[in-house]
Ligand binder design. Structure first.
Ligand code: C2E
Ligand code: MG
Ligand code: MG
Ligand code: MG
Length: 286
């Protein structure tokens, strides 16, 4: 009995594993053709000035609508795209789309529109990055300072000396750099001092329990102090409640982003938020 049940267990395990790998491969196969088949799109999440100056910027977020499975979460397809190198052409498409959108917004009257685009580790260290960015900025006549590139703390610190070289090239280009998910990676303050970046984005993990955990308040406070000393702006992500919002404003965060203030939306909807200003109730306190 023990033997046969053991075998069954093993078989079950094996077949579910195969399913899993098979599913993964199929998803990958599907993802390869997602771009040509118009299944990829961008949504934009508003980033608000915490001192009442309204909408400051928008973060472009990639969406994949699979013909059978519907929406697939970026947290599952981005790592896959990164592992296979597909992120390089996809990432270029994202930058092109976001900058084209930025041009539209500025032409539509949102003169100081800014957009933030996520860069994966492989894109960041890809040799064609600076040239590709220059081409896209020229194509849409984008002022470089209106584009922010978000790289995670982990990406920035993976090979810190190389990162510093790449970041200096990007700075010469004039684009802004934000360190995303700040506080979740391993950061050496010595390197942070040498990274030519303009912004720290506090990970939403610290915001989530902010009103319950003194430790998280201490961490946000420390990041704000550090950022101020280094001349960087601070963005808090994942703001979901009015209590979190109020505390983050008090703690001195410069910009706020999260479901309370606005979910990721289509480009046209985002433009509507500009004229709406801070009239909405949840924004009136800013
Ligand atoms: P991220 O860059 O840290 O983006 C913020 C994520 O938090 C987004 O998830 C956003 O929808 C979500 N979010 C925003 N406000 C809230 C909130 O109040 N509560 C909660 N629980 N979540 C909030 P999303 O769109 O699923 O993206 C996940 C990650 O996938 C991103 O994290 C980014 O690392 C990556 N990603 C998305 N688009 C791109 C892209 O175009 N290129 C690259 N390389 N990575 C991307
Ligand atoms: Mg981001
Ligand atoms: Mg983030
Ligand atoms: Mg994140």
């Amino acid at each position: 009995h023990a033997k046969s049940s053991g075998r069954n267990t093993y078989r079950f395990f094996e077949s579910s594993m195969n399913d899993n790998v098979y599913e993964q491969l199929r998803l990958l196969q599907d993802f390869r053709i997602a771009l040509e088949n118009d299944q990829l799109s961008l949504v934009y999440q508003p980033i608000y000035d915490s001192r009442g100056r309204g909408l400051a910027s928008a973060e472009a977020l990639l969406r994949w609508t699979h013909p059978d499975h519907g929406r697939v979460a970026p947290d599952s397809f981005i790592p896959m795209a990164e592992r296979t190198g597909l992120i390089v052409p996809i990432g270029e498409w994202v930058l092109d789309q976001a900058c084209s959108q930025l041009r539209c917004w500025q032409d539509a009257g949102w003169k100081d529109a800014r957009v933030a685009v996520n860069l994966s580790a492989m894109q960041f260290s890809h040799s064609g990055l600076v040239e590709m960015l220059q081409t896209i900025l020229d194509r849409y006549r984008i002022k470089p300072e209106s584009l922010t590139l978000e790289i995670t703390e982990t990406t920035a610190m993976q090979n810190a000396e190389t990162s510093i070289v790449i970041l200096h090239k990007l700075r010469r280009l004039g684009v802004r750099i934000a360190i995303d998910d700040f506080g979740t990676g391993y950061s050496s303050l010595l390197y942070l001092k040498r990274l030519p970046v303009s912004e720290l984005k506090i990970d939403r993990g610290f915001v989530h329990d902010l009103t319950l955990q003194k430790e998280d308040v201490a961490i946000v406070e420390a990041v704000v102090t550090l950022a101020n000393k280094l001349g960087l702006s601070v963005v808090a992500e994942g703001v979901e409640t009015t209590e979190q919002r109020d505390l983050l404003v008090d703690l001195g965060c410069d910009y706020l982003q999260g479901y309370l203030l606005g979910r990721p939306v289509h480009a046209e909807t985002l433009l509507g938020l500009v004229t709406e200003g801070t009239r909405a109730e949840h924004l009136a306190q800013l």
